[in-house]
Design a protein around this ligand. Structure first.
Ligand code: CA
Length: 469
């Protein structure tokens, strides 16, 4: 008998910020195929990651637990593949499962993908051109462009599937991760255009804790030859050089995104041709956001909006009204509970996320979360970003730079004292001025500290020793 539970097509890219998607109002590019998903379904405007970095975010998604629980706190962490994950539970319940593309949770028998009928992944970050990939049979080099290849392999697997059983396919693109290498087809997009610079391009990092000024992810200073791929023209002023670097960076980023968009279109076309679009939940998301010249930066890691926010669009015609928008707080830790609910599998007690299927159906429960907990662990490691944790509500964001590696990779700086930041996102959506020390916000600070500590207790994470009431 045919098993008619919904199919799940989970497309995730790497470092694709929502402000480079036209369905999110991008000022800098068009993404017509991603827009097909949003127009045919729901766009989530407040989907956040709990730790804005590749490896940890992927572990959160698979396991449905926070990083202090799944023990994948940093880029150097490797996930123990005996962990309970949603693909394992779906497979046990009769789904066909596959992952193709980026994994980045470690290699070898203890870390390679488990819970999949088929898996083929890139080692580490993988290459854009002629990438090596690893599967159960071993390593092979594939000729071509990585985004096309991943999509081809997904389509091959879909064509060969058992049509009497539902599938869960994880199509996980490497793109648009640094160093943004476009394919030939898109190499000359934007050649004759100037991409607008973001509002905070010339941020001077004043009026905040010291962390923003200390970060080494400035377009004007920290980009290397692999990022720029061309010699810097001579005779430019400092400001002209910064603008030139931004154009070099953002055009390649958008070219790489354009290839993702084309390839998402191929997958959507296949669902239409097969007549299974109505009963397939299609998601497009990214493991976290990215700074697209915002604050003068590239990269991520900070709890600031551009990096914290994940794009999340979902189409599921049987259940989700087309062209709708949700503004509730949804987290990457919630994805696994959603998938389990769709498959009719009971959520195991150890999963920490919440099933947000009612939100998809247009009815938010009264007690849905009003705040979220974030933690970035890699103190002064990559890009000299300070370790921090914080809480975001619909209006405010409180960040605590505890500034201690706590045994994780990173440098100890005895002189560095912890610092706080508070942003009123209604009045300061670009997060340019911390109001933590403004007496008018004293009550807000107190409430948010309580909320932060309540969330830490709820998820079972430890408070830093100097963070006292
Ligand atoms: Ca990433």
């Amino acid at each position: 008998m045919k098993d008619t539970r919904p199919n799940i097509l989970f497309i995730m890219s790497d470092d694709h910020a929502s402000h480079a998607m036209s369905c999110y109002g991008s000022r800098i590019n068009r993404t017509p195929n991603l827009d097909r998903i949003a127009e045919g379904g729901m766009r989530f405007d407040n989907c956040f990651c709990t730790n804005s970095i590749c490896t940890p975010s992927r572990a959160v998604i698979l396991a449905g637990t926070y990083n202090h629980v799944n023990d994948v706190t940093t880029l150097a962490s490797k996930m123990d593949n005996r962990l309970l994950t949603f693909p394992k539970l779906l497979r046990e319940s009769g789904y066909q499962t596959a992952i193709v593309g980026k994994w980045h949770l470690g290699q070898g028998p203890e870390h390679e993908p488990t819970g999949f009928d088929f898996w083929r992944v890139l080692p580490g970050q993988g290459l854009y051109h002629n990438p090596e990939m690893i599967d159960a049979e071993g390593k092979h080099v594939f000729e071509g462009y990585v985004t096309d290849l991943i999509t081809d392999m997904c389509l091959d697997w879909l064509r060969d599937r058992d049509k009497d059983r539902p599938f869960c396919l994880l199509c996980h693109h490497k793109a648009p991760h640094r160093h943004w290498e476009p394919d030939e087809k898109h190499a000359h997009m934007y050649d004759d255009a100037d991409i607008p610079e973001p509002e905070t391009f010339n941020d001077d990092y004043s009026n905040r804790a010291s962390a923003a000024a200390a970060a080494k992810m400035r377009i004007e200073r920290d980009m290397n030859d692999l990022d720029l791929k061309q010699p810097i023209p001579e005779g430019l002023t400092k400001a002209q050089e910064k603008s030139w670097k931004y154009q070099r960076y953002i055009k390649d980023y958008l070219r790489v995104v354009a290839s993702i968009d084309d390839n998402v279109g191929r997958l959507l076309d296949y669902l239409d041709e097969e007549g299974i679009a109505d009963n397939t939940l299609v998601i497009y998301t990214s493991d976290q956001g990215f700074f697209l010249g915002d604050h003068g930066w590239y990269d991520k890691r900070f709890m600031y909006e551009e990096s914290l926010r994940m794009p999340f669009i979902v189409r599921f015609p049987e259940e989700v009204k087309s062209g709708t928008v949700n503004r509730d707080i949804v987290l990457n830790v919630d994805f696994a509970p959603l998938f389990l609910d769709l498959a009719g599998v009971e959520k195991p007690k150890e999963l920490q996320g919440e099933n947000f299927r009612p939100l998809l159906q247009g009815s938010t429960p009264e007690d849905w979360r009003k705040s979220m907990y974030y933690r970035y662990w890699m103190h002064k490691s990559h890009h000299n970003v300070y370790a921090h944790y914080g809480v975001r509500t619909l209006r405010y964001k409180l960040i605590y730079y505890y500034s201690d590696p706590l045994g994780q990779p990173g440098a100890v700086d005895e002189k560095h004292e912890p610092e706080w930041e508070l942003f009123d996102l209604d009045k300061d959506p670009c997060e340019l001025c911390s109001v933590h020390d403004d007496p008018a916000y004293a009550d807000v600070v107190r409430e948010l500290k309580d909320e932060l500590h309540r969330l830490q207790a709820q998820v079972g994470d430890a408070r830093y020793e100097k963070d006292v009431d």
